[in-house]
Write a protein that binds this ligand. Sequence first.
Ligand code: GAR
Length: 190
Amino acid sequence: MTNIAIFVSGNGTNCENIIKYFRDKKDINVCLVISNKADAYALIRAAKYGIPSKVLTKQELYDEENTMKILETYNVNFIVLAGFLLMIPDFLINKFDHRIINIHPALLPKFGGKGMYGHHVHEAVKAAGETETGITIHYVSNVCDGGEIIAQFKTNLSPTDTVEDIEEKIHILEQQHYPQVIENTITERK
Ligand code: GAR
C-alpha cells in the first residue's frame, strides 16, 4: 500500500484533484495533508474529503524527530508537493529517496529557483515573451527546482495572453496530468 502525504502552502486545487483521483484506488491512498500555513485553503479542501491534516511551522518541519513521528503515525511512504513553498529538509530527502515529487508551473530548468512560484513564474514567462510554457513534475532534491525531471507537458502561448491566461493554461495542464504522473511514478517503482 502506498500512503501519500501531500504538502501544501496555499489554495490547494492540485491537492484536491489528487485526493479525488486516488479516492477509489485500491493500493494508493492519500492519508495526510501537511501545510506550513494554518490558513491554507487546502486544509478546508482536505477536511471536505475526510483527510486528516497537520499544520507545521518551518521549525517544526525541520525537527526530524517531530516530523518523522507524524509521518510514521500515518504510515506515510510517499510525499507529493502541491504548491509547497518551503525547502524540504535534508533528512526527508535522504529518508524518502525518489519518493518525494513536486510540480513546477514552468518548463524547468527555465523559470525555476528561489522565489519562482505561482504568479511570479507566470509573470516572468510573460515578460520573457515565451511562445510556450508548461509544467514540470520532478523528484525533489536539495537544489531548489533542481531534481531529476519525471515529465513535462507544454502549452502554446500567444502574445495577447495575459498573466491570468497563462495561469489558467497551467492550471488546466496540472489538473490533467499531475495525478496520473504520480500514479505512474509509484506504480513503476514497485
Ligand atoms: C501550482 O501552480 C503549482 O505548480 C505551483 O503553485 C501552484 C499551487 O496551486 N507550485 C510552485 O510554484 C512551486 N514552485 P494550488 O495550491 O491551487 O494547487
